[in-house]
Design a protein around this ligand. Sequence first.
Ligand code: GLA
Length: 387
Amino acid sequence: MLDVHQLHDAFAARFGAPPQLVVRAPGRVNLIGEHTDYNEGFVLPIAIDRATFIAARARLDRTVRVYSVQFSADDAFSLDQIERNPHQPWSNYVRGVAKGILARDLPLAGADLLIDSEVPPGAGLSSSAALEVAVAYALQLLNRLDLLGEELALLAQGAEQSFVGMQCGIMDQFMAALGRAGHALLLDCRDLSYRPIPVSPQARVVVCDSGVRHSLVGSEYNERRAACEEAVRLLRARLPRIAALRDVAPAQLEANADLLPLVILRRARHVVTEIERTLAAAAALEHGDLPRFGALMDASHASLRDDYQVSTPELDTLVEIARSLPGCYGSRLTGGGFGGSTVSLVAEGSVERFAADLVAGYHKRLGREAHVLICTPSEGARLVATF
Ligand code: GLA
């Protein structure tokens, strides 16, 4: 990944003039609250200290030129006709954001953008949200738009939903825009109110990338979301006032289980119990009760594996090994699932040893390479430099 000076120089070399500014927006790790955001429930993620950087300069015409250092690829499009580019999937995040700004009737000039990222793609760390929010923030600054962090997040989410076709919730984009250093955010995905909760310095957040990528992630994800909507539709026969699974308590779901086909019941059961676990975990973190927090992470994984069925044998193996190691409070898959990463909460003094033993254990059990990132809760999108 290029540093800020290298980004400046690479931009000038490619586009023939220096950038006006450099922005960054981070990836995220969700500690608990998985597949709850699109059910209007709660999530408890941190923004991580790995980000996507964009060097940017406004243009006088209506052309956007983009270069990705990471993919050694470029793209260009006109603001007057923004269509999907099937040959450069990464560029659709940029196109989608520009289209979203125009759809809001905001003034937008062309731009040159040079992008680099330290968020590994496909690892479940929301590299796409980091890119979308970084683009939205760069264009906001270049065009002097007056957008709040929440609006940036919604704009970025809209780009992903309508332009990329993933019916994602708001969590990833919200964290890329509004993450807070040293804190997790307990986010209410119904009204976007949130409470920052300090992450104890006695614990470290350890992400482990299983190295497995699932190409069906978009369709499987959209299918899970549709199952939740179907559950709400069927439950309304007896619970006419519910708007989302957020409104259903676990006991209420069980009392009305006969309304739902078994698969739909299991999907809904994950969501309603996960929302409860997330609130309990936020309270445990606030009270410094790390063992309780870890137990809730473990329960979250079991529910994602058995009821929501988004885990993989590799993620299950990583979680199992992690829990057997000294200093581990809890471990679970993080993000959408179907591959990607696990997150573990580990005692500060044990973290180096934990990371080494986890990678070694995974290799021994499955013959695969895992990659560990020890993450620090960081801030959301910000301006890094102006020139
Ligand atoms: C993906 C989506 C998020 C969220 C998670 C699962 O990361 O982008 O909105 O639904 O999956 O919790």
